[in-house]
Design a protein around this ligand. Sequence first.
Ligand SMILES: [Fe+2]
Length: 297
Amino acid sequence: MQAYSRLQRSPPPILEVCYDACMKLTKVRYGYEPGDVWTLWGFGDWHVGSANCDKKLLYKTRDRILEDPRALWVHPGDAAECITVKDPRWASGGIDYEICPAGESDFVVDHQMHWIREFVEPILPKCLVWHEGNHEGKYSENSGHKLIVEQVLEPLGYKQLWAPAQQTTLMQFADEHGKVCSVRLNSAHGKKTGQSVGAIINWAINRLRSYDDVDILMRGHHHHCFALKCANVSTGRSHSRLHDREGVIMGTGSAMKTMQEDAKSYAEDADFMPVVLGFPRVTLRPDRETVRMEAIQ
Ligand SMILES: [Fe+2]
C-alpha cells in the first residue's frame, strides 16, 4: 500500500489517499476535545436536471451541512440525471427547465454540471468521497467523458474525492495526547434495488457483516433513506476470537420524487415504488478508545 498524496485543508486537517489491491482507501484525521460530535451525511442521488428533483430539499440539506462546523458528507453518486436526447429514457423523462432552458436540450448535461458545480462548491471541503452513480456512468460509457470529474471536481480542485467504485474511509480522531480512535466507513453507489425497504435493510446488514473491519456501510442507488444500528462481530486485531462490534447501515436516500402531479417520469412509467425523500446521517462521538455512533434518519 503506497500513499500518493497528502493534502492540507480544513476540515479534514490531514487527508491521505492510498490504494491497496482492491479498493481505494482514504484516511482522514481530526483533533478532538471531549464532547465534540461529528455528523456524517449520506447526500446523493440528487438527479439534478430531472423535473422530479426536489431542489429545495437539496438547498436545505446543503445549508445544514454548511452551518455545522463538524459536518462531513459522502456523495454516493447520481448527482445529475445525465439523460440526453439520444437516451431512450428521454421521451418520458421530465426536464427541469430552470436548469436547462427550453431549446438548449443538446447541452442538457452541461447545464446540469454547471448547476451542480455552483451548488456544491461551499461544502466540498467537507466531502470525504464522491462516487460515480449509474446515471453518470452510463453517460461516461457512451461519451468517454467523466462529467463529474471534468466539470465539477477538477475545476474546483477536488479531483482526489472521485471514486468510481467502492471506497473505504478510515476516520481517525486524535485527542490532545495523540491517542487515536477510529471509524471505518465503506461506501459505494451500489447496484442493489428492491421494492421493499426491509429487503434492502436485510441485504445491507449481511453486506456489512461480510467485512471484518467496517463500522459503517453506506449505499445509494435504491433511493431508500435509512440509518440503523445493527449488531456485528469482529475477529479483532488478534484474529483469534470474536468480539461484539456495533455497526451502522445507511441507505443514502434521494431528492428524486417518483411521481409528479402534472407529468410523468420513467420511474413512474416503470411503476417504481415511491420512496421517502431525505438524507440520513450518523453522529460520531470520539471518546478515548472508541467512537460512539448514533444513527439518525
Ligand atoms: Fe439514483
